[in-house]
Design a protein around this ligand. Structure first.
Ligand SMILES: [Zn+2]
Length: 412
């Protein structure tokens, strides 16, 4: 038993080190291409001065990622090697011996502790890096209230789900995974439907897009492609960042489109309709439903594998916890399973990039390609995007194809 715990401990350390090495190599390869000549189709994205600014921004983020990556690695390794999990677990045991309360307190301390330790990094990223390049609109006060709100939200939603899952485990034993799967599936569908109504308002103000030429153009387009769209909202993204975005959420009667106010400032009307046509494409090609079903299936698979491990003491012992428990096993399992979830992530990114091409094709065929091309260029320019990413980095991390490939596809 102890032997197995020791071997698994070494496997965990090896997984963490290997992930760090792979990530560092990918970042390095990507950074080596920062200076590559801009492809011909993209030479009108930046002027000379903006291009230099985008180079500097990419290098700054690269160095920042390296430093924060080393910090996270040392933190988790230190915690594992010096018995951090055992220390927290013994403290929690001295407070309560109720399994559900123990798990809530244990995760509460770990999650909030890890978040507080990484706060200086996110603070630096927002108020030094993003500020320097003119992206930041967040005030320190907003930064702090955002943090508090997300803590509360995670405590209520995450804590509620965790408590129920452990309750299922106490009650149904190894079959808990089926009940947990049902619960998380219902929660996922519910969030997909009502995220914009319930969660977004905690952080942003959403107002219906006002009547006028833009709304009329959008409505005319939506009617032409047979898409019922009554909920078009403008969201005040400008209170945090100048970067622009648009997204689609929900399905059926709950479907709605949110346009960042920054998007409305940056783009012409035709370009906004083109962005919207792309989002409608996602819907029409069933990407929303497919993503939802796939994520529910992946969750079920993960929970099933978890159910095979969670009754054994080894995953707890492997993270140095001496009195095995569901919550300690969950952390041990989480790290041991992470290579598998990275693989599923790769597959999902691969399909996501395919879906982006399909949505672009939909916009090209039902609207026109030119305004989508110019909007993508403007958005890349305004966020100082990387125009020359390394293919390996794209393969692993990009959920959207690089700008060059999207434009080639739209022009084809
Ligand atoms: Zn898309």
């Amino acid at each position: 038993m102890k032997m197995n715990g020791d071997v698994l401990f070494q496997v965990i350390i090896a997984i963490l080190l290997l992930q760090f090495v792979i990530e560092t190599i990918l970042n390095y390869l990507n950074a080596r291409k920062f200076g590559d000549p801009v492809p011909n189709e993209l030479n009108d994205v930046f002027d000379e001065q903006e291009y230099r600014r985008s180079q500097a921004y990419k290098f700054t983020n690269y160095r920042f990622g390296l430093v924060s990556g080393v910090f996270s690695l040392l933190l988790i390794l230190g915690f594992l090697i010096f018995g951090g999990f055992e220390w927290v677990d013994q403290f929690v045991l001295s407070v309560t011996d109720n399994a559900i309360l123990r798990a809530l307190l244990f995760f509460g301390i770990i999650v909030i502790g890890a978040d507080l330790l990484s706060t200086p990094f996110s603070w630096y990223h927002t108020f030094v890096i993003e500020e320097k390049y003119g992206f930041n609109k967040t005030t320190p006060r907003l930064f702090v209230t955002d943090k508090i709100k997300s803590f509360l939200m995670i405590s209520i939603l995450g804590g509620g789900i965790l408590a129920l899952v452990i309750w299922f485990f106490q009650w149904a034993g190894r079959d808990f995974w089926l009940y947990a799967w049902g619960l998380i599936a219902i929660f996922t569908v519910f969030m997909n439907l009502f995220y914009s109504r319930l969660i977004v308002p905690l952080f942003n103000k959403q107002t219906p897009l006002e009547d006028g030429p833009l709304r009329n153009k959008i409505k005319a387009y939506a009617e032409r492609v047979g898409f019922e769209l009554s909920h078009i909202f403008v969201i005040d993204g400008s209170k945090r960042s100048t970067k622009a975005n648009a997204y689609f959420s929900g399905f059926g009667k709950q479907k709605r489109v949110a346009l960042f106010d920054t998007l409305l400032q940056d783009l012409e009307e035709d370009e906004i309709v083109a962005v919207l046509a792309h989002e409608v494409g996602h819907y029409k090609r069933n990407h929303i439903i497919v993503n939802l079903i796939v994520s529910i299936l992946v969750t079920g698979f993960t929970l099933y594998i978890l159910s095979l491990f969670v009754n054994n003491p080894e995953p707890s012992l492997a993270i140095g916890v001496t009195s095995p428990s569901f919550h300690a096993a969950l952390i041990g399992f989480g790290i041991l399973y992470s290579p598998v979830s990275e693989l599923t992530g790769l597959v999902m990114n691969y399909f996501s990039r395919k879906f982006e091409f399909q949505a672009d094709d939909f916009a090209k065929n039902t609207f026109t390609p030119m305004p989508l091309i110019s909007s993508l260029k403007k958005l890349s320019k305004n966020s100082l995007s990387n125009l020359t990413p390394h293919p390996a980095y794209v393969f692993v991390h990009y959920s959207h194809p690089p700008l060059k490939d999207r434009i080639e596809n739209l022009k084809a």
